[in-house]
Design a protein around this ligand. Structure first.
Ligand code: GDP
Ligand code: ZN
Length: 458
């Protein structure tokens, strides 16, 4: 992976498709300035100055007027010469200008190519480049705030701090291997253990934050299951405040899986209302039940809703409500038992025996919906109000997990076998894994994969 100088000059419409007040085109690369001069007929384009200009075709026809901005290498987003044009937000105008730029030696940018060049020119590390895309795609204010934290380097500084500590320890351990006889002031084995322990604890903390960051960015999927008439549709209506789900009095009428996204304390939560989970001979319902089982597999949390007014027992086993394979599928996830219709009760509220968390609500009346929302956030270990979160992706989480397992292996080698050579090797692996997060040893395939998911023009 070398510097991206000496490359094509790329261009793209940077504003969203469709009509708008203002439209923007971005050009980056060695020919950017020459192209801008021909388009605008401004001869002396000072950098970092807003120039009002006309933009004309090669035969002098006026396409539009607008602003032209020039950022000279290396002080630009990509690190290359960058020109930005702001015109009226007409797709016709923007496309004509884009075609003209291509005629003058530019070429259409691939998705994420501007950000990729910024990364290759060391303007951003990989985590920061990914954070730009996460910021653009954020669905809640909290997700946007986290992405901004990552873009400003919050995640990278955790990673770099861990990296420095791992390297520091590696140097010590390898020196002790290379000069075993020397009377050098090497730290004792106990100190190595203490340092290693600290690094492991910090890695776990960072992994926990990254996990939360990923859930807040990508959202949480919650399966809403329960017998027909338990009140699933009513709860869904309460949660989203819309009449999206159909509420009926006839059991078994919710046959399609309905998905609703609700912002709960800054976390985009997708609720999937499933057809009533029960055994039936009805062919259509059988299909619905199979969908419910499939839904369970992709959910990160299961809410089991029970009509609390329909039972006289205080503690109800999930296995008496569902066939055992379905009950097991439910309990394989973080699980919340929800007792609904408590407005109809005078006595104690029945609860699901196997649930570690039980919440009582009256969906129809909107009673304790807030309590349920908090229980959902708690059940997956989220603290979305924390100031210290950052956006993260599966790639980062996998790398942190590899780092952690290498560190833990090293700890075992040291403690059980006093094996410095093996510890040194594990530290090397840990360093390699954590390095991949910010992009030190990243290969071209991975870069292609990361940047191809970006918007065009970013
Ligand atoms: P689903 O089949 O699980 O989706 O259940 P619905 O949401 O369609 O509700 C079934 C019936 O129970 C409807 O008549 C609802 O009005 C009623 N219901 C739902 N929640 C409550 C509640 O909290 N209290 C009372 N009294 N009735 C409810
Ligand atoms: Zn329903």
């Amino acid at each position: 992976v070398g510097p991206a100088s000496d490359t094509d000059t790329i261009c793209a419409i940077a504003t969203p498709p469709g009509r708008g007040g203002v439209g923007g085109i971005r050009i980056s690369g060695p020919r950017a300035l020459a192209i801008a001069k021909q388009l605008s007929s401004i001869t002396n384009i000072a950098p970092r100055t807003a120039h009002f200009s006309s933009f004309k075709t090669p035969d002098g026809e006026l396409v539009d007027t607008g602003l032209l901005l020039f950022f000279a290498t290396p002080r630009s987003f990509t690190g290359e010469d960058v020109v930005e044009l702001q015109t009226h937000g007409s797709p016709i105008v923007l496309n004509r200008l884009l075609a003209e730029i291509c005629g003058l030696g530019g070429r259409l940018a691939e998705p994420g190519e501007f950000s990729k060049r910024a990364f290759l020119n060391n303007k951003l590390d990989l985590v920061q480049a990914e954070a730009i895309s996460d910021l653009i795609n954020a669905n809640t204010e909290t997700a946007a705030k986290n992405a901004q934290n990552s873009l400003q380097g919050a995640f990278s500084s955790h990673v770099n701090g861990l990296l420095a500590k791992i390297i520091g320890l590696r140097v010590l351990v390898e020196a002790a291997i290379d000069f075993p006889e020397e009377e050098v002031d090497f730290i004792s084995e106990l100190d190595v253990q203490t340092q290693l322990n600290t690094i492991i604890t910090e890695t776990e903390l960072t992994l926990n934050q990254a996990n939360q960051g990923q859930i807040i960015q990508e959202g949480l999927t919650v399966a809403l299951v329960g017998a027909p008439n338990a009140g699933k549709s009513s709860l869904l209506n309460q949660l989203c405040g819309l009449d999206k789900a159909i509420v009926t009095d006839i059991p078994g009428t919710t046959r399609d899986t309905l998905e609703t996204v609700v912002n709960i304390k800054g976390v985009p939560v997708t609720f999937i209302d499933t057809a009533g989970l029960r055994l039936t001979d009805d062919v259509i319902e059988q299909a619905g039940i199979q969908r419910a089982v499939n839904t369970l597999e992709r959910a990160q949390l299961v809410l089991f809703l029970m009509d609390a007014s329909a039972t006289s027992e205080q503690s109800v086993s999930l296995f008496t409500l569902l066939p055992s394979n379905l009950a097991e599928a439910c309990l394989a996830h973080p699980f919340i038992g929800v007792s609904n219709k408590i407005d109809l009760l005078d006595g104690p509220i029945p609860q699901i025996q196997e649930a570690t968390t039980n919440v009582s609500i009256a969906a129809k009346m909107g009673l304790n919906i807030e309590g349920l929302k908090q229980a959902i956030i708690d059940a997956v270990g989220l603290h979305p109000e924390s100031e210290h979160l950052f956006s993260a992706r599966q790639r980062h989480i996998s790398a942190l997990q590899s780092t952690l397992s290498a560190l833990k292996n090293g700890f075992v080698q040291l403690q059980e076998h006093a094996a410095s050579e093996l510890l040194a090797e594990d530290l090397r692996l840990a360093q390699q894994a954590i390095n991949s997060i910010t992009g030190e040893f990243t290969n071209d395939d991975l870069l292609g994969e990361i940047f191809s998911s970006f918007c065009i023009g970013k």
